[in-house]
Design a protein around this ligand. Structure first.
Ligand code: ASP
Length: 329
């Protein structure tokens, strides 16, 4: 017995490795650049063990997460689903680069249709650093994934001794070990009513989604370049409560008139996007057809919009999904 209930024979945790700093080593032939190097076996060995449950390892990718696209992230989600197809699997741990962990973890959460936990972790210091943080992060994530307490809590990020819900989690430190925060939901992960899972799409052609920022002096050049590149969706990173300016707002109206789905998020750390201001502010953006993202930041708005466009959802259904999934926890 390893937790509060009797363990079944064969129960185990699956470790899916995708690369990131936790697997990186510096390469002399690359002028000392750090490159994802260690596989899942090496990562598990680095923890020293023993673990409360046996661990089965799977190598999915071996790259820095700054290189990933949405298709790669969907591949990770498909591997999670494959792992959970085995009833002897108690939980899944994904090792992942920290740069885009907030995207992949959120995508995995959106399509997670299982009570068993999926726990993402990684590292801020490389595997060959004098004092790597990856082994301890991984050991804790493995323990968490093997605990019945984490059932029905969706996808979690376990990092530097803290646990966060996937929705709202953000990388908020470039160097410090406490790399993540969840400004709107705090620590301990999602406790509330979880929205129904979304299907995992198998295709994605024609689903380019671009991120366009508003900033002092921003014109519509980037937005128009996205239109010219064939974007199906745009995440507008507004300022403040979700504002742009008259020039951008006019281009948003043109984009939505052409059938693109535009959503308005914000560069501010916490709090919801609310349509309040005119003169190119959020109220005008709403009138121009842009959908407010609520509490979802640009990174996770891009993931939700990409997923829904791949699933072929209408603008109205996408607006309803942002209202539900971007709402207060
Ligand atoms: N800093 C990153 C990391 O943690 C690099 C990456 O995202 O892969 O892993």
């Amino acid at each position: 017995m390893t937790t509060g209930r009797t363990r079944e024979r064969g129960e185990h945790v699956v470790l899916l490795a995708t690369g990131g700093t936790i697997s990186s080593r510096s390469r002399a032939e690359l002028d000392g650049a750090a490159v994802a190097s260690d596989g899942a076996d090496d990562l598990l060995r680095s923890t020293g063990g023993p673990h409360s449950l046996p661990v089965r390892v799977v190598d999915v990718l071996r790259v820095g997460s700054y290189m990933l696209d949405v298709d790669d992230m969907l591949l990770v989600c498909a591997r999670i689903r494959e792992a959970l197809a085995d009833p002897a699997v108690v939980g899944v741990v994904v090792t992942h680069g920290t740069d885009t962990m907030e995207e992949t973890a959120f995508l995995a959460d959106l399509v997670h249709a299982d009570p068993r936990p999926v726990v993402f972790t990684g590292a801020q210091r490389a595997a060959d650093a004098p004092n790597p943080d990856g082994p301890d992060n991984l050991a804790r994530a493995l323990a968490l994934a093997g605990t019945p307490d984490t059932r029905d809590r969706g996808v979690l990020v376990c990092f530097a001794g803290e646990v966060f819900a996937a929705r709202g989690v953000r990388k908020s430190e470039t160097l410090l070990a406490h790399a993540f925060s969840n400004p709107d939901e705090g620590r301990d992960g999602w406790a509330g009513d979880r929205p129904e899972p979304l299907p995992l799409p198998d295709g994605g052609a024609g689903c380019r989604v671009d991120l366009v920022a508003s900033y002092p002096g921003a014109d519509a050049a980037h937005l128009r370049a996205s239109l010219a590149a064939g974007a199906a969706g745009i995440v507008l990173q507004g300022t403040g409560i979700g504002n742009a300016n008259p020039v951008l707002c006019e281009a948003v109206a043109e984009a939505t008139a052409r059938g693109l789905v535009v959503v308005t998020s914000t560069r501010v750390e916490a709090g919801p996007v609310v349509p309040v201001y005119g003169a190119g502010g959020g109220k005008d953006l709403l009138a121009a057809g842009a959908i407010p993202t609520g509490l979802l930041r640009p990174s996770q708005s891009l993931i939700l919009l990409s997923l829904l466009l791949r699933l072929g959802w209408s603008r109205e259904d996408i607006a309803a999904a942002f209202a539900r999934r971007g709402g207060e926890p």
